[in-house]
Design a protein around this ligand. Structure first.
Ligand SMILES: C[S@@+](CC[C@H](N)C(=O)[O-])C[C@H]1O[C@@H](n2cnc3c(N)ncnc32)[C@H](O)[C@@H]1O
Length: 266
């Protein structure tokens, strides 16, 4: 596959055609993160559900956020889990088929098929940086939120893992067609959200990686959407390169920068 000839949207569709890439990410984070609470659990603590609330999640992926947690949304609450990928929709339909309060829908965040002021809460985690027309997506989120509704958006920072990977790849003289996924980061997200939402709060999650298996790190890099055009022939050189980055305990330490924005509609 010649990824250099693929358009960003085609790369994304390929990246998320099934759950395989997300599985690699989840395993890597669980295995090598130093903060054992986990980002998902930490985020979930931030959500202010109430009995009877209507919740929409965009770009839900496998729906991991709700694994063992649906009961916390409130007895009369309802939840729409959505994604633009058929593969993710099929997976979630299978996973949550017996949950009465949950509906699974194929939705592109740029065009949300609900009337204005439908939801109390909208959630979009680790997905807005993939959306080609970010302003359109945020205006759609704002439109479907009720007055006093809350939008929760998790994303990564520019000074964490991605910075480490990009700088080490440059050292190896490897280039990627980074598909513009710094469009919504912890650094620039507040400015974009503030064009719609009067109050936007950023909260950071403290964490880092301590990687003990270099092959796992290289597999993770190959599984990233932004690395879709990285030729597999570089794998042995990359493993040798990262092996040199190990400390005395044979660990590669990498800073993580993740967090969440909480935006309120008045
Ligand atoms: C990195 S995954 C995050 C999945 C999940 N939110 C999580 O935090 O584990 C990004 C997800 O966003 C979806 N996605 C990308 N662009 C989208 C769009 N324009 N509308 C809806 N979903 C989209 C992908 O299919 C993928 O499932």
């Amino acid at each position: 596959m010649d990824y250099s000839k693929m358009r960003d949207n085609e790369i994304l569709k390929r990246q998320y055609k099934d759950t395989s890439k997300l599985d690699i990410h989840k395993t890597f984070h669980e295995k090598y993160s130093t903060n054992k609470q986990g980002f998902t659990e930490w985020m979930f603590e931030k959500y202010m559900f109430f009995n009877g609330c209507r919740i929409l999640e965009l770009g839900s992926g496998k729906g991991d956020l709700w694994d063992g947690r649906i009961e916390y949304i409130g007895k009369n609450s309802s939840l729409v889990l959505s994604d633009f990928s058929d593969g993710m929709i099929t997976y979630m339909q299978d996973r949550y088929f017996n949950q009465k309060r949950v509906e699974i829908m194929k939705i592109d965040a740029q065009n949300i098929p609900f009337l204005e002021e439908t939801f109390d809460i909208v959630i979009a985690n680790s997905m807005l940086y993939h959306v080609p027309d970010l302003k359109k997506a945020i205006s759609e989120i704002w439109r479907v939120l009720k007055k006093n509704g809350v939008f929760y958006a998790a994303t990564f920072g520019e000074n964490g893992f991605s910075k480490y990977i990009n700088s080490t790849l440059r050292e190896m003289e490897l280039t990627t067609n980074d598909i513009g996924n710094i469009s919504f980061t912890l650094q620039n997200g507040k400015k974009t959200l503030s064009t719609f939402f009067p109050t936007v709060k950023r909260i950071d999650y403290e964490d880092s990686f301590e990687v003990s298996n270099t092959e796992d790190l290289v597999d993770y890099i190959y599984s990233m959407a932004s690395m879709a055009n990285l030729d597999i022939s570089h794998r042995p050189n990359m493993i040798a390169f990262y092996d040199k980055h190990r400390n005395a305990e044979s660990i590669i330490k990498i800073k993580k920068e993740y967090g969440i924005f909480i935006a309120k509609k008045l």
